[in-house]
Design a protein around this ligand. Sequence first.
Ligand code: SAM
Length: 229
Amino acid sequence: MDYNALTGMEQTRLTMKRSKTSKGWMKEHVNDEFVQRATREGMRSRAAYKLMEIDDHDHLIHPGQTLIDLGAAPGGWSEVAAKRLAGRGRVIAVDLLEMNPLNGVDFIQGDFSDPDTLERINALIHGLADLVISDMAPNISGISLSDQARAMALAELALEFAQNRLKPDGSFLVKVFQGSGFEEFYRMLRNTFMQVHTRKPRASRDRSSELYLLGRHLKLDRPIPEAPR
Ligand code: SAM
């Protein structure tokens, strides 16, 4: 929608509608169980509880592992991962945005779709990873078709990375949104991993089309990836 093309009255109505929506969002946010819990427990984000719930169920994170966290800021998932690695293993976190330092986490600020960022990640991995987790999500423009396409493009980039950088028995957890491109992406996961599971943790809002897909154990008919040099 071109805001400048609207009449003055239309602009006023739209501004009022948006401010009511954002007030509603703020009220819901403040009352949210996981926002309150994150504040109480000093976690960096409510998103942390999504990874905790998935990991409590699927036991993905174990001391000694190398874990890559894509779309890591403000750091909730990295914080959970570093705690569960208990000082043994490493977390390499990547985000477009800055992130405050976390013990046991190497942070790379950069666009994951930029080959330069990929090179910086590869330079840090020293071998292949046990676990790739991606909570990347694009900034929402409000144009649902293009938001969905950008979200799926990020998920596909993360999958391509996992295909090339995971150990054969590694796992890949990725945020996706149901909608255009979802089924094709799901098929790509099925072609890559022996097991594919769908997860909707409690902290993922019911009204959101967000889902997490978990791929486990790379299919052995695929070429085994070489460790980056
Ligand atoms: N898992 C995080 C946590 O627990 O705090 C929250 C992640 S937030 C939902 C999504 C993140 O994806 C944002 O910080 C955003 O900057 C990042 N992101 C989106 N596109 C990206 C890209 N192309 N490269 C790197 N990060 C990206």
